[in-house]
Design a protein around this ligand. Structure first.
Ligand code: ASP
Length: 419
């Protein structure tokens, strides 16, 4: 990741004033932009991203069917579901509340120039009712073809329950899915072997194009979001792990490092599902019964990092446009942003689309989003890392409370390592 960053920045400096600069290695001449950046880095990064996404549907389906089918009774599933939903909502609301308070203290939007050429088109915004209706698939194959995570989850859980209720026949099917799970996990391992190269390509390409000048103009906004993300990611999650789960937070962060880096370089919770599932199950010792449910669900509906950005952005935009928001407006922001994260896929930049919904709710101009577009890419990367860490944290808490967290695995520094 670091090497990619350095190479990207260096190339950017070189091609900044000479877009057709070439790199000469012996008798070989490589066009820096055409061959290296738009060719090798671009292709390498995209192939890696596609391979990660390729894992998501088979992995979620198979591991969730296994997880559900291995539960002794359906009420356990209900309990796991309630606990994880409760924690997802609690941590998201907490994240956004802290972000709003912090932004009100720092006032990042006071004195910022309104003029910008950037435009933002929010696209289609779903109503909350529609989000709930859309959770239920009318055609499971279509849901899988489109990668509709919530629909796949609903289908896999129902299928798993049906397996449990089908006696000896169900047991045969369950064993088939258990075998499939081992094979799909092997596939995850194969892709993970290439991850250092994939991450390098993604970072190198990104940093040749990243516009850093906006970062200076919007320095205050950027720093508030960044600080709030770090605070939530380390302090709040660390406290939950330490006091609620009674586990060592340092071990948690050490083991999450790789998955967080994945999230950072792909900006997508969805693309990180495979890595996060492998980490929570194999490294942190969370039983598959819990992780197969909490990780994919969390990737779709639990976005604390995104909520933090939305909290700060709302305050920022209100200040730039000189609009006073009341306490009840802020409560509305907390409610809408928490609800908005349900049913929105974990893909790059989606947080801004959800922000449009939040702004509309309290009567702020959606155009304000154009102001923060320039610095959003780096923040998107960072908040995605927080989003996936939150999913793993909730998985640990739920597993611990259910008595299905293997502390031997959690405390073993070598558990689940792919060498
Ligand atoms: N990129 C984020 C994610 O996938 C969502 C967002 O905040 O835009 O988790």
């Amino acid at each position: 990741m670091f090497l990619g960053l350095v190479v990207g920045v260096l190339i950017r400096i070189v091609i900044g004033d000479k877009p057709d600069a070439v790199l000469t290695i012996g008798s070989l001449q490589l066009g820096l932009k055409a061959i290296l950046v738009d060719g090798i880095f671009h292709a390498g990064g995209q192939i890696f991203l596609s391979s990660l996404k390729m894992l998501v549907v088979p992995l979620v389906l198979v591991s969730l069917v296994c997880g559900t089918a291995s539960l002794k009774d359906v009420s356990t599933l209900g309990r796991i579901g309630r606990k994880s939903m409760g924690l997802f909502i609690l941590t998201t609301a907490l994240a956004i509340a802290v972000a709003i308070v912090l932004a009100l203290l720092v006032s990042p939007g006071v004195g910022v120039d309104l003029s910008t050429d950037a435009k933002f088109a929010p696209g289609e915004i779903k109503t909350v009712t529609q989000v709930f209706i859309d959770m239920f698939p009318s055609n499971p194959i279509n849901a899988m073809a489109k990668g509709e995570m919530l629909q796949i989850i609903v289908f896999a859980v129902l299928f798993g329950i049906a397996i449990t209720l089908s006696g000896a026949v169900g047991e045969r099917i369950r064993l088939f899915f258990e075998d499939m799970n081992v094979v799909v996990m092997k596939l995850v391992e194969i892709v993970m072997h290439f991850s250092p190269y994939g991450v390098f390509f993604l970072m190198a390409k990104l940093f040749t194009t990243l516009e850093l000048s906006d970062m200076v103009n919007l320095g205050k906004y950027f720093s508030v979001v960044f600080f709030a993300l770090l605070f939530h990611g380390f302090v709040v999650y660390g406290a939950f792990i330490m006091f609620a789960a009674r586990l060592n937070p340092l071990t948690f962060f050490k083991k999450m490092r790789e998955t967080a880096m994945f999230a950072f370089s792909t900006s997508s919770s969805n693309a990180t599902v495979a890595s996060n599932l492998a980490t929570t199950t194999n490294k942190l010792g969370v039983s598959n019964k819990v992780s197969s449910f909490t990780v994919p669900l969390g990737a779709t509906i639990n976005m604390d990092g995104t909520a933090i950005m939305q909290g700060v952005a709302t305050v920022f935009i209100a200040q730039v446009y000189n609009i006073d928001l009341t306490t009840s407006d802020y409560l509305m922001v907390i409610l809408t942003a928490t609800l908005a994260s349900v049913g929105t896929a974990g893909v790059p930049g989606v947080g801004l689309v959800m922000l449009a919904m939040v702004l509309e709710q309290v009567g702020l101009p959606v155009d304000g989003i154009a102001l923060i577009l320039g610095v959003d890419r780096l923040l998107d990367m960072t908040r995605t890392a927080v989003n996936v860490t939150g999913d793993a944290m909730v998985s640990c808490l739920v597993a611990k409370s259910e008595g299905v967290l293997d502390e031997k695995v959690y405390n073993d520094p070598n558990a689940g390592r792919i060498d």
